[in-house]
Design a protein around this ligand. Structure first.
Ligand code: ATP
Ligand code: MG
Length: 180
């Protein structure tokens, strides 16, 4: 089933804030309902279409440009596109917004640095604190919270199920035009 209204869910949040977890759970639910959903997950993108890029500001900009372009191509076909990248800079989200227009919905996964460090799902915070990884968001690179998010999910406090439900309700109301 294709969407009547083109839509890109543009997640942003620290490493460990839950972008992969929430995007996969939402995708699973929507696919069961018959929708087509494509997720551009940061880790997958970094091994694929952006595998030539590093984490300098220039390379981060190029990475976001490519993800936004891919989201645009997919969403224009009526497929729901989800960008699940850290997307730490406001200027990058503005660039994506200029490319995607009203179709882009900024979803802020708001978990504190402390929560994400305590989770340290991939052991990356420990490495970044030890100086083994440079330009690591939250430790040695900035994360700018979005100024005008369309939805904030409190992934440090609410459960995965609650966050996915809130996102689904937002989608029903603002995009699908259905009742949750
Ligand atoms: N409300 C919640 N939403 C999302 N994840 C949660 C929530 N509560 C707890 N978690 C846990 O937090 C972790 C989030 O990890 P996840 O890999 O999804 O983060 P990420 O944002 O994709 O990080 P990265 O940028 O490094 O890829 C998971 O272990 C998940 O089970
Ligand atoms: Mg992830």
């Amino acid at each position: 089933m294709l969407l009547n209204k083109h839509c890109v869910l543009w997640f942003c949040g620290l490493s460990g804030s839950g972008k992969t977890t929430i995007s996969m759970a939402l995708q699973q639910q929507l696919v069961q309902e018959g929708y087509e959903v494509v997720v551009f997950d940061g880790d997958v993108v970094r091994k694929g279409i952006s595998k030539d890029l590093g984490f300098s500001p220039e390379d981060r900009t190029e990475n976001i440009f490519r993800v936004a372009q891919a989201c645009k191509n997919v969403s224009q076909r009526g497929v729901l596109a989800i960008s699940a990248t850290i997307s730490p800079y406001e200027s990058h989200r503005v660039m994506a917004g200029e490319m995607l227009g009203d179709t882009m919905k900024c979803i802020y996964l708001d978990a504190s640095l402390q929560v994400c460090q305590d989770r340290d799902v991939k052991g990356l915070y420990a490495k970044a604190m030890a100086g083994e990884i440079t330009n690591f968001t939250g430790v040695s690179d900035i994360f700018e919270p979005p100024q005008h998010p369309d939805l904030v999910l409190h992934t440090g406090q609410d459960s995965v199920e609650v966050c996915v439900r809130k996102l689904y309700q937002f989608l029903c109301r603002d995009v699908l035009g259905t009742t949750p």
